[in-house]
Design a protein around this ligand. Structure first.
Ligand SMILES: [Zn+2]
Length: 110
C-alpha cells in the first residue's frame, strides 16, 4: 500500500503544479527486482485514487528487465534470474545496474 501511496502523492503533486482537471494515465516503470507485483500495485492504487484528481487515472506499469555488468571483463549480464558470477569470466565482481527502479515515467492529464 505504501508504494501506491507514494506514487499517488507524486502524481497529485505533479497535477497540482500543472493545474490539470483530471489525470487520465500514470505510466510507471518497475524493475524486475523491485519487489512489486503489478496487479497488487494496481489494486492498491485503484483503492486510494478515489476522490482525487487521479480518480479516473489508469495505471500503466511497464516492467524493466534486470541488467548487470561485470567489473572484471566488462560483459553486460542478463539478470532476469539471480546471477552470482559472470557467465563470461566467472568473476564475482558483478553489479546490478538496473532492475530495482520504480518511478513515474510520465503522467497524462486534461
Ligand atoms: Zn566477466
Amino acid at each position: 500500500m505504501s508504494i501506491a501511496q507514494s506514487l499517488l502523492s507524486i502524481v497529485l503533486e505533479e497535477a497540482g503544479r500543472h493545474q490539470v482537471q483530471r489525470v487520465t494515465k500514470v505510466a510507471v516503470k518497475v524493475g524486475a527486482w523491485a519487489n512489486v507485483v503489478p496487479s497488487s500495485l494496481t489494486f492498491s492504487f485503484d483503492l486510494i485514487k478515489e476522490g482525487t484528481l487521479a480518480a479516473e487515472a489508469i495505471l500503466a506499469i511497464e516492467q524493466m528487465p534486470a541488467q548487470g555488468v561485470c567489473h572484471a571483463c566488462g560483459a553486460s549480464i542478463d539478470m532476469a534470474q539471480p546471477v552470482f558470477a559472470c557467465p563470461e569470466c566467472h568473476s564475482k565482481d558483478i553489479e546490478l545496474t538496473s532492475g530495482q527502479e520504480l518511478y513515474v515515467d510520465h503522467i497524462e492529464a486534461e
